[in-house]
Design a protein around this ligand. Structure first.
Ligand code: FE2
Length: 479
């Protein structure tokens, strides 16, 4: 017996020391100013308590010589996946960087990303929600991977790990599977998330969401970041949003501080839609009643939602009244929409909800239950081109565009139409920096520099003049 014990000790001593676990689930996020890259990955550890793997990155512009390095930190929750986070700062704009993650002899394959162009070309933002693990979800990821995206915003319901847990505990291995499924895209293009109802998991609540994803603020559920002339605000429809709540107060303060000279475009995303005519869920009326006024008053351009597994685009709308219902012209964008345009992008791959309310509400411009992704391209000339790309045939199923550039003058269109652009959703490149154009650009119905006086006047006007037709629309659809 003693000899056996000695032999076991000897074998353990001779065994090579484990240097850590192989990296997987590699994914990127952008930082608050959009000028750095956050790199995250997971390692499968032996326990839920201790991470034995390193948090190192080697990177550089030459894939054959990763001559720069950085280290970060790790975090675990009540699961065996260790989440590593490293911030890369001081990156040169419009450059390709190659990198690998891990350390101590366990390294990932080399991946790459492209830094922001700083006005030297348009940027392309992908938008999805309600993704999950399925062949359709994987197809969406593959299509997005081929779309030359600079950023992805995800409006919640991410892995659906909460659906499969036994004994009332969400199955965290599905998060690992999901993050490996999206790694080919997420290791190359930064993703930013909003929490959905499926991120509120049995036993874990929002632990997986909070630990696995970087958010650029002090609160993981509502935060903001700027990216190439666009200020993004991510909200949570899953937490208290009513007037006086922490989230509401934060949003109001955040909107007051947005610099529309530096970031002319203002985009909000969250999970439950303020506007949806899908019969499965429909408009989240409480959410809309609480926060729509702020989005309107402060000139939000675009609001992106999920939850209903379909695509739907509204006309510019406030309190259910469309401010324009023109059906597009070939050459004329929205120039002064006057209210946010809302899009539901819950087409990522989880499933489809194909029954819509009839008749189609007056505010609803287009709706379709197909898998696919949305993409909007923001040009240095002050244009935003939005497209919904259907997975099955790769076609542009819907599109519109908004321009903040000065109108070319009489005879060029009616000035408030929605519109089409070139079929692949790509606007033309330009060498002009968007910074050079900013002083010329009007906001969505308001000047770029949205003064406190202008906001107060707009609020007074709205309060004195109730929105025409609002009651009729509300009655017609029982809202
Ligand atoms: Fe949902």
């Amino acid at each position: 017996m003693r000899q056996l014990i000695l032999l076991a000790v000897l074998l353990l001593w001779l065994a090579p020391a484990t240097a850590g676990e192989p990296p997987e689930q590699v994914h990127l996020a952008t930082n608050a100013l959009g000028d750095g890259m956050i790199v995250q990955w997971g390692t499968a550890e032996a326990t839920t308590l201790l991470c034995s793997s390193a948090s190192d990155i080697e990177y550089g512009p030459d894939p054959d010589s990763l001559n720069l390095s950085a280290s970060g930190s790790w975090e675990m929750y009540d699961w065996t996946t260790c989440v590593h986070t490293v911030e890369l700062a001081g990156l040169a704009p419009n450059n390709t960087y190659h990198y690998r993650v891990g350390g101590d002899g366990e390294w990932s394959d080399v991946a790459s990303f492209v830094t922001v162009p700083q006005g030297s070309r348009p940027v392309r933002i992908g938008a999805i929600a309600d993704h999950g693990i399925s062949s359709d979800a994987e197809a969406t990821t593959q299509k997005m991977r081929a779309a030359s995206l600079d950023l992805v915003i995800h409006a919640g319901d991410i892995s659906y790990a909460n659906d499969v847990g036994s004994g009332g505990v969400a199955d965290q291995s599905l998060w690992d599977d999901y993050q490996n499924q999206i790694q080919p895209l997420a290791a190359t293009v930064p993703h930013m998330y909003a929490p959905g109802n499926h991120e509120d998991e049995a036993y874990y609540e929002f632990d997986a969401y909070e630990t696995r994803f970087y958010t650029s603020g002090s609160n993981p559920f509502w935060y903001s970041f700027s990216f190439e002339g666009i200020h993004f605000i991510s909200l949570s429809s899953e937490h208290d949003y009513g007037p006086g709540s922490q989230q509401y107060n934060w949003l109001e303060s955040e909107l007051q501080e947005v610099d529309r000279q530096a970031t002319p475009w203002l985009v909000v995303f969250a999970h439950r839609p303020m506007y949806s005519s899908n019969s499965a869920h429909g408009s989240e009326v409480d959410f809309r009643d609480a926060m729509e006024e702020l989005l309107y008053d402060y000139g939000v351009d675009l609001a992106v939602w999920g939850h209903d597994h379909s695509y739907e685009r509204s006309y510019p709308v406030f309190q259910e009244e469309p401010l324009s219902n023109s059906t597009s012209s070939a050459t004329e964008p929205y120039r002064n929409p006057g209210a946010p345009i809302h899009v539901v992008v819950g087409t990522g791959g989880r499933s489809l909800y194909d029954e819509f309310e009839e008749p189609q509400p007056a505010w609803s411009a287009y709706r379709e239950a197909s898998y696919g992704y949305s993409v909007f391209e923001v040009t240095p000339q002050g244009e935003l081109h939005f497209s919904f790309i259907r997975n099955s045939d790769g076609a542009v199923a819907d599109q519109f565009w908004i321009s903040k550039a000065p109108s070319p003058g009489p005879g060029s269109g009616d000035g408030n139409g929605d519109n089409t652009t070139d079929p692949d959703g790509n606007a033309s490149d330009s060498k002009a920096g968007w910074q050079q154009k900013l002083e010329e650009l009007p906001g969505p119905g308001l000047p770029v520099a949205l003064s406190a006086m202008a906001i107060a006047a707009r609020r007074r006007r709205r309060l004195l003049e109730p929105v025409a037709g609002q009651q009729e629309i509300g009655d017609a659809f029982g809202q």
